[in-house]
Ligand binder design. Structure first.
Ligand SMILES: Cc1ncc(COP(=O)(O)O)c(C=O)c1O
Length: 399
């Protein structure tokens, strides 16, 4: 294909829908925890493509396996079995418990499945379609940009312009069990929760709250659905974030880190509820392809072989301590440090973008939003973590 203009900034302005606040940086290459822009500048990557690049960039085994699978069988639809999908589903049930797996391509799609599961469950309980269908979610949480995801995400900035929202959602306060109990009606079918609110600025649900919600769901006959799209796949130092609370959900949505950069989403459903879906009740053309599943299988294999979840738990705690020390030195700039493992945030006294820009100018890229999020690859070296801390220290001193 002939291209006449190689200036990405201009091409973006001319041809890309402007729905993202894009940073002034064109990335062209990655290796390990580092990326390079089109001017040859090197950056430490503490954003991991918003918690996606579990293994950093260009992990040799991941690259090799994707190449092998692409040259063998990339896609075959869900009308035929493929061995990688079967193996990955088995692996995910080993991790989550006795249940079954639905594959999709993104976090929002995982949540659509969870919302549909709630509706099927509600119908099953009453025998009448549409009698129990309401899903309760947490204010400030984020569940994606589809109509189901938006309705589950009670934020004006997400919903603005797209009214009317999908019906059947109500929202309680994080870590306030009573606020959820008060919302339950004879229409409620499920509670959908992010164990750690990622886009909300890394706001953890307390262990007591998650246990209380599990108990509430048991008492009132509701499904407990967990959105582990951002906080799952080892990022908090356990494979699933809910494990810190020792609870067992009825279904878990995953995406982001599962394929370490190849798009794949999945939902694990407890065996009791998996049969609510029957042939034709849901689907996705691309989901669970041999290629996507090879990416996820390889990711899980490397995570296991390199003990990445344990490393995240240990090094994440040290990293958080160092961030807290920095925050204590700069109370005029940093309000708080939050999170677990490699799902950490510093909330600045002022706006997030200036601190993010200061870090970027010094060679560290991060994820933004309600706070500056530090989401390094799970296999980052101690030397790179240390180098990142030095940049954060310098930026806070000089800002
Ligand atoms: C917790 C959570 N759920 C759902 C989503 C939506 O995922 P996707 O952008 O892959 O649709 C995100 C994305 O940031 C997320 O953090």
């Amino acid at each position: 294909m002939k291209t006449t203009n190689t200036n990405s900034k201009e091409l973006y302005e001319q041809h890309i829908v402007g729905n993202y606040p894009v940073a002034p940086l064109t990335l062209v290459k990655g290796e390990g925890s580092r990326v390079w822009d089109d001017e040859g500048n090197e950056y430490l990557d503490f954003s991991s493509g918003i918690a996606v690049n579990t293994l950093g960039h260009a992990h040799p085994l991941w690259v090799q396996r994707l190449g092998e699978q692409a040259s063998t069988l990339a896609h075959c639809s869900n009308l035929y079995r493929n061995p990688n999908q079967a193996l990955l589903a088995e692996k995910l049930t080993d991790l989550a418990g006795a249940g079954k797996v639905f594959f999709c391509n993104s976090g929002a799609e995982a949540n659509e499945f969870l919302i549909k599961l709630a509706r099927l469950y509600g119908r099953d309980m009453t025998g009448v379609e549409g009698r129990r269908y309401e899903v309760l979610t947490v204010k400030n949480s984020f569940h994606g940009r589809t109509f189901g995801g938006m309705a589950a995400t009670p934020q004006t900035k997400i919903q603005k312009g797209f009214a009317p929202m999908l019906e059947g959602f109500a929202h309680g306060e994080i870590n306030n069990l009573e606020s959820f109990e008060a919302l339950i009606t004879d229409k409620t079918a499920a509670i959908l929760i992010e164990p750690i609110l990622g886009e909300g600025g890394i706001l953890p649900c307390s262990v007591e709250f998650l246990r209380g919600i599990r108990d509430l769901c048991n008492r009132r006959g509701l499904l407990l659905l967990l959105d582990e799209v951002q906080c799952g796949c080892g990022r908090t130092g356990r494979f699933f974030a809910f494990e810190h609370a020792g609870i067992r959900p009825d279904a878990i949505g995953m995406a982001k880190g599962l394929g370490a950069g190849f798009p794949i989403g999945a939902v694990w459903v407890d065996r009791k509820f998996a049969s609510l879906f029957t042939p034709g009740s849901h689907g996705s053309t691309f989901a669970g392809s041999p290629l996507a599943c090879a990416a996820a299988l390889t990711t899980l294999e490397i995570m296991e072989n390199e003990n990445l979840v344990e490393k995240v738990a240990q090094r994440g705690a040290q990293f958080r301590e160092s961030l807290e020390k920095l925050a204590q030195h700069h109370p005029d700039k940093i309000k708080e440090v939050r999170g677990l493992g490699y799902l950490l945030a510093m909330s600045p006294v002022g706006e997030t973008p200036p601190l993010q820009a200061a870090l970027r100018e010094r060679g560290l890229i991060t994820a933004g939003g309600a706070a500056v999020r530090f989401l390094p690859p799970l296999n980052i070296t101690e030397a790179d973590l240390e180098a990142g801390l030095k940049i954060i220290e310098a930026a806070l001193s000089e800002l």
